[in-house]
Design a protein around this ligand. Structure first.
Ligand SMILES: [Zn+2]
Length: 431
């Protein structure tokens, strides 16, 4: 086996989890569905059991080729040549990255007869020796599907939510992914997660997960979400029209998707940015006729709604800016950009990339200045009532009601948390 030049140390727990995960993958890959019931025993014969096959694990090092790794495990020149040939049919061996874990299995006193490489989180490369020839195949890492139910009570921000429900099932960083997804893809039209989340807000969510043997989540799908935000209740239930996209509706079948996004920069970016450093621009300066989003230079800026670009260039204190005219007398402006990605006169769809965050014009550091104008007058997009996408058509109502009831039953397995009432101070009566 190759000497490892450099060693990186990781927390014992993580290493252990990784090892157990890898073993789990190999175990699942090895388990055979052919374990039928035993045939009736006729005669008992004692045969010396062959020694069990032995597995050895190794990792592809940086700069090491598959051929070199195989040579370390007893493969001779012709065998290496043959394996490389059959691997090429299913996978380019040069795409194997350092860190790929390989399991070599074979009789204790002989060369390996099978090799299993975990080439990515979701794919395995299997090499098998039959008689004298090797074959190669690519397999998908098996996943298990489960349902996770969580609730959260927000203290100061989503990052300081007190979680309840099946918290012990959550992996590292998993909750954050759900928050980003909720903020941008579910409630992005209804609630500005960058500034409208308050202490006492709460949510509960049921999530279907596809998990890999190491416990990491390959895919998640929301089954249902409920968000209590500043005294309003929002429910989100996904539903897919035949041949359509997965969309979120409330309990009555109204679409959550709206004609305008509540914010032009991904929550993922602004939230982590605001947490990381203090942003002087975010201090309220009056008069300030727009909303400032702290985000690093270069962050993509999205059109909050479909419309026609009426300005794309430098304009006084706005610096490099884009202005879009939408339906119903609404105009949006995106200022201090470092780069502009559209031309005047172009038509853009909601969510299209129109530029990148910068600090041009009257600006002291990178941020996005966003304005929302109705008939030429600046308005607060957070408080304005904006139209939603069309509700679910009547022909799907019956099917939706079935989906909804099942989804809400999942949600009801956790309670929506509420802030405990402020303790009352009883009058002290001196006697
Ligand atoms: Zn501003």
């Amino acid at each position: 086996m190759r000497q490892h030049g450099k060693k990186r140390y990781a927390p014992v727990g993580k290493v252990l989890a990784a090892v157990i995960g890898v073993l789990g993958i190999f175990w699942l890959a090895a388990s055979n569905p052919t374990s039928a019931s035993d045939p009736p025993a006729v005669k008992r014969v004692v045969v010396p059991a062959p020694p069990p096959p032995v597995s050895v694990y190794d990792t592809l090092e940086s700069g090491e080729t598959l051929a070199e790794l195989l040579a370390d495990h007893g493969f001779d020149g012709p065998a290496i040549h043959q394996v490389t040939q059959v691997v090429r049919d299913v996978k380019n061996p040069r795409t194997l990255r350092p860190g790929v874990v390989a399991r070599f299995t074979g009789p204790a006193s002989s060369n390996p007869e099978s090799v299993l490489l975990l080439v990515s989180a979701d794919s395995l490369l299997e090499l098998v020796l039959r008689d004298t020839s090797w074959s190669a195949s690519v397999r998908t890492v098996p996943v298990t599907i489960d349902t996770l139910r969580l609730a959260g009570l927000i203290d100061s921000s989503l990052w300081f939510a007190t979680l309840s429900g099946e918290v012990d099932k959550l992996g590292d960083g998993e909750f954050q992914e759900y928050v980003y997804d909720m903020a941008d893809n579910v409630f992005g039209w209804k609630v500005d997660f960058t500034r409208d989340i308050r202490r006492g807000d709460a949510f509960r969510v049921a999530i279907e997960r596809e998990r890999r043997p190491d416990g990491s989540v390959r895919v998640h799908r929301f089954i249902a979400i409920e968000l209590a935000n500043r005294g309003r209740r929002y429910q989100a239930i996904p539903f897919t029209r035949p041949g359509g996209h997965r969309e979120y509706f409330d309990g009555e079948g109204s679409a959550l998707r709206g004609t305008f996004l509540r914010y032009p920069v991904d929550f993922r970016v602004t939230s982590s940015f605001s947490r990381r450093r203090y942003h002087p621009i975010l201090k309220v300066r009056r008069p300030h006729l727009g909303t400032d989003y702290g985000a690093p230079r270069g962050t993509p800026v999205k059109a909050t709604a479909a419309g026609t670009v009426t300005r794309a260039g430098t304009w006084g204190g706005y610096g490099r800016m884009v202005e879009i005219r939408h339906a119903r007398g609404i105009t949006t402006r995106y200022a201090h950009l470092s780069r502009i990605g559209v031309r005047q006169g172009a038509f853009v769809e909601q969510g299209d990339l129109i530029g990148r965050v910068g600090s041009t014009g009257l600006s002291t550091s990178a941020h996005l200045h966003y304005e929302f104008l109705v008939n030429g007058a600046q308005r607060n997009p957070a408080t304005i009532d904006l139209p939603s996408a069309p509700a679910l058509e009547a022909e799907f109502t019956q099917e939706f009601v079935g989906v909804r009831d099942q989804a809400l039953a999942q949600l009801d397995m956790v309670a929506l948390p509420v802030l405990p009432a402020e303790p009352r101070v009883a009058a002290v009566v001196a006697d």
